[in-house]
Design a binder for this molecule. Sequence first.
Ligand code: DC
Length: 221
Amino acid sequence: MKKINIAIDGPSAAGKSTIADVLAERLGYTHLDTGAMYRAVALNAIRKQIPLDDEEAIVNMIREMKLEMSADGKVILEDEDVSDAIRANEISMGASDVSKLQGCRAALVEMQQKICEGGGYILDGRDIGTVVLKDAPVKIYMVASAEARAERRVKQNLEKGIEADYETILEDIKKRDYQDMHREHSPLTKAEDAIEIDTSDMGIQEVADAVMEIVNRVLGE
Ligand code: DC
């Protein structure tokens, strides 16, 4: 069967990554978490003490940086597995900061397009349906209330043994929503041809089933 690319966008903690993992498993596709790439850039910049608003320095750093996105979802930065390190709260905000820089976006978009050029990828992020995969035959825009998202993130973090305070996480989510939706370059918006799913009151399998129905319809065409 032909392999398509699938675009999933939406605000932070709407469940994009979890759903992309489930879909990848069901379809035998690979999940590329593009947010993790912005996070890796932020982590590397913070480690190198590069100011997160210094576009030229960040772009130069990206050019030299060794970043591998493994098919099993691991993020390898300079040969080190940073999959957990990039999930810290400070890095979430840092990723949102570097993602404002047009030069940073251009470099990462190019990497993402190259990775999935053969098809069979599910990309989740903020600009997948609008920029990275403008022609994707399946575009999903996932939303959920800020409160539902904060609750999920608290649970997720606690499971991973990461500190989690509901109020702090809720504030962070609201702040990042605002920042991601109001930035100058590629702000988070729903692509015209994307299908919106509100996951506030839906379970993981329920959302995955809804998306699978859309995918199967497209694959059957
Ligand atoms: O999905 P996430 O929370 O891991 O993303 C971290 C940050 O990266 C988020 O605040 C916005 C940014 N981002 C982006 O601008 N474009 C993407 N395709 C993915 C993430």
